[in-house]
Design a protein around this ligand. Structure first.
Ligand code: SAM
Ligand code: DTB
Ligand code: SF4
Length: 320
């Protein structure tokens, strides 16, 4: 069902690279037109993120502070959380305006047993609040995807992170094919796919284009696409890299919007340090969601008071 090679991917990648290289205003206007044609431009979803099991992950993802391979990070490992505490946090996030609650575990793959059963309980609890529920738990087997679907899961997050050629430079403990297989199980179970990537890891524009081409050629396309800018965490192999310039993010979002007109496009990690105007340009380019809250999974986010200022700026001005 999903491919990362083949003639369609090559053609879409060429189109994506052409778009990524366009003069900025041409790209931005084209993306804004696609966005307006498919979405209510005022509908920007606040999603809330929670790490339900932090650190000690056996995978070696070069960007990730939660990998057990990056010992110098000095991250405090945390036990798997209690479902009642998680559901209480979801209720607080809902009261603060979040429409979606996303739960992440630093696992390579899901194991059947008490912790997976507790995840199912969390999903049921979040859905009972009337929120969308998303989880990201690493690799899944088909019966586990079906159990998540039965619990009412809205979406499963499983990022491809970058293009297929650059992937092995970033992750050695699993392959692109492994990722695509889990996504196939998610789709087969009838769960929406949340799949995106990270820019700023030393990849080329071609790698960014290839990532977008693989995503855009999913049939159907992913319902949700998070675009992260690398948060260079000291102690990880990418900890020395510079922060992504906001214009790089704007170009990536605009190109993703043109190639995937209907998806919920998420301005995800790495927007701390972006000005309000930078973020507004991301929304003009087609982003229609942010992670709302002071921390992401382990790293700092833009902060609630800055986000309140952002939404106040976006609001209308009363006529007296
Ligand atoms: N272990 C699961 C997995 O890898 O699918 C779920 C958790 S993992 C932390 C979720 C996503 O966070 C990754 O796929 C990656 O795209 C993003 N991420 C992790 N560390 C990041 C960083 N330092 N900067 C930007 N994005 C990051
Ligand atoms: C996604 O693409 N970004 C979010 C969410 N999906 C799970 C996670 C960002 C993590 C940033 C690094 C951290 O907080 O540890
Ligand atoms: Fe583990 Fe996910 Fe981090 Fe990779 S990105 S080290 S799989 S938590």
């Amino acid at each position: 069902m999903f491919d990362s090679k083949g003639p369609e991917i090559g053609q879409t990648a060429a189109r994506a690279e052409h778009l990524l290289r366009l003069p900025l205003l041409t790209l931005l206007h084209e993306a804004a037109a696609v966005h307006c044609a498919h979405h209510d431009v005022e509908d920007i979803q606040k999603a809330s993120l929670l790490s339900i099991k932090t650190g000690g992950c056996p995978e070696d993802c070069a960007y990730c502070p939660q990998s057990a391979h990056h010992k110098e990070v000095g991250l405090q490992k945390e036990h798997f959380m209690d479902p009642a505490a998680v559901i209480a946090m979801a209720a607080r996030a809902k009261a603060a305006g979040a429409g979606r609650f996303c739960m992440g575990a630093a696992w390579r793959r899901v194991r059947d047993g008490a912790e997976f059963d507790a995840v199912l309980q969390m999903v049921r609890g979040v859905r009972a609040l009337g929120m969308e529920a998303c989880v990201t738990l690493g690799m899944l087997q088909p019966h586990q995807a079906r159990a998540l679907a039965d619990a009412g899961l809205t979406a499963y997050n499983h990022n491809l992170d970058t293009g297929p050629e650059f992937y092995a430079d970033i992750i050695g403990t699993r392959t692109y094919r492994d990722r695509l297989e889990t996504l196939e199980h998610v789709r087969a179970a009838g769960i929406a796919i949340c799949c995106g990537g990270i820019i700023g890891m030393g990849e080329s524009l071609r790698d960014r284009a290839e990532l977008l081409a693989v995503l855009a050629n999913f049939d159907p396309q992913p319902e949700s696409v998070p675009i992260n800018a690398l948060i260079p965490v000291p102690g990880t192999p990418l900890g020395h890299l510079p922060r992504v310039h906001p214009v790089e993010m704007i170009r990536m979002i605009a190109t993703a919007r043109i190639l995937m007109p209907r998806c919920r496009l998420r301005l995800s990690a790495g927007r701390d340090g972006f000005s309000i105007s930078d973020q507004i340009l991301c929304f003009m380019a087609g982003a229609n969601s942010i992670f709302y809250g002071d921390i992401l999974l382990t790293a700092p986010n833009s902060g609630l008071s800055l986000d309140d200022a952002l939404f106040e700026t976006l609001g209308g001005i009363a006529v007296n």
